[in-house]
Design a protein around this ligand. Structure first.
Ligand code: GDP
Ligand code: MN
Length: 400
């Protein structure tokens, strides 16, 4: 789960990490009020969307008068901001962060994440922060410095000092060490998976400031992070994913054409791999979870079909806690309650498989029955090719 920059900065502030003075605003009037409150002579207007790359896309602007500030805010709110990270349709800007502008001497990069290889929290720093840090990482990986944190000791002072030396902050040793350790504490306390300060700036007055912040949390830990969960902004997420979340389904939208309805995250991943192996691409990841009743399966169908790219559906269930008869019942119910033109390939195995197959057989539906994972993926791709070639129905070759 991601949060907005202004929310992330509130958290930083509560951990004693220095951020620019500012506040969120929802209108040009509100923006002017904030500017008057915080004082200063120049202000930064920052579009609040869950995407980076705003600086290059006009989502970060500096105003030197109040009328200009209102103008910039007015133009930003209600517009769709298209950045390198949003896709062509962009993200609707509903609010802006107004901050007192600071004079920047240097822009550095500081990030914390969980490194999957070492399975440890890793601190990443670079002297070349700012809007082109991705390019630095690509072309000069030696300019990116990392410290891996041993969970038994936590982040140690010497590691912070090493990073300070590596990015030329030896003259700001003590505030830097304090800052990194506070970031680490926030990261641990709040079950974050990514905390990125880009840029961390050294101002002309010699202060260190977190000028931008991207913060993402572990969805699976939200149950114990009530105040973090409240920061969730559903407007920033794929509506299909939000709806799926409400039904207890784990759904992630992707860009292929084979809609997947699977139980178990591992099987769902394997199913996507098998589809790719046979030459097509999955339209989504979907784990219906254990004990998925007919209702849940029907909901899964509805959500998968909301994606206009879906041309074929592959149902792949290996029922342990699940029951094949319930799944079959859900498939039948889904196809009765809405017209489904896409061919449906069904693979069922495990608990109550015979009963499940009987329900499908007797439903009179035109389903393609698959024997196993590989067969299912193969038949789904064959059905996709048939649809693409313009056949009305699934060709005999793939019907079992
Ligand atoms: P991003 O492009 O979405 O990552 O947005 P950032 O918040 O990182 O802002 C992009 C760039 O705007 C920064 O790298 C700075 O160069 C510039 N910027 C942001 N705030 C200020 C400020 O207060 N003063 C000045 N001079 N530049 C700023
Ligand atoms: Mn940034």
């Amino acid at each position: 789960m991601n949060v907005h920059e202004y929310q992330a900065k509130e958290l930083l502030k509560s951990y004693g990490i220095p951020v620019p003075v500012g506040e969120v605003a929802y209108s040009d009037k509100g923006a002017a009020r904030v500017a008057e409150d915080i004082g200063g002579t120049r202000w930064v207007v920052k579009a609040q969307v869950h995407a980076g790359g705003r600086g290059k896309a006009g989502g970060v602007r500096i105003a030197s008068t109040l009328p200009q500030l209102r103008e910039l805010t007015d133009a930003m709110i209600g517009s769709r901001l298209v950045t390198e990270q949003t896709g062509a349709e962009g993200q609707l800007v509903q609010r802006v962060l107004i901050e007192r502008a600071c004079r920047i001497d240097r822009e550095l990069y500081l990030g914390l994440t969980i490194d999957r290889a070492t399975q440890r929290i890793t601190v990443i720093a670079s002297a070349e922060g700012g809007v082109d840090v991705e390019e630095v990482a690509r072309e000069h990986p030696e300019r990116i410095h990392t410290e891996v944190v041993d969970p038994a000791t936590g982040l140690l002072d010497f590691q912070c000092r090493k990073l300070a030396m590596a990015i030329g902050l030896q003259h700001r040793m003590s505030p830097f060490v304090k800052l990194v350790k506070r970031l680490y504490r926030l990261f641990r306390d709040k079950d974050a998976v990514l905390l990125e300060i880009n840029p961390l700036v050294e101002t002309e007055d010699g202060d260190l400031l977190a000028l931008d912040c991207k913060l993402a949390f572990d969805d699976n830990a939200l149950f114990r992070q009530g105040d973090v969960a409240e920061l969730r902004d559903f407007d920033e997420e794929d509506p299909k994913e939000v709806e799926a979340y409400g039904h207890g389904l784990n759904y992630i939208a992707l860009d292929g054409q084979v809609g997947c309805i699977v139980n178990g995250a591992g099987l769902a991943m394997a199913t996507m791999d098998a589809i790719v192996l046979h030459g097509a691409r999955p339209a989504n990841f979907l784990d219906v979870g254990g004990g998925a009743g007919p209702e849940k399966v029907a909901n899964a169908f509805r959500i998968v079909l909301e994606d206009p790219n879906v041309r074929v559906i592959l149902v792949n269930i290996f029922a342990g806690i699940n029951r094949c008869d319930w799944i079959a019942e859900g498939v039948v119910r889904a196809t009765r309650s809405q017209e489904i033109e896409a061919p449906i390939v069904v693979r069922l195995a495990g608990t109550n498989v015979d009963e499940g197959r009987r329900i499908l057989r007797e439903s009179g539906l035109e389903l393609v029955i698959a024997e196993d994972l590989d067969d299912g993926a193969r038949k789904a791709v064959a059905a996709l090719r048939a649809v693409e070639a313009g056949y009305d129905a699934v060709p005999q070759g793939v019907r079992t």
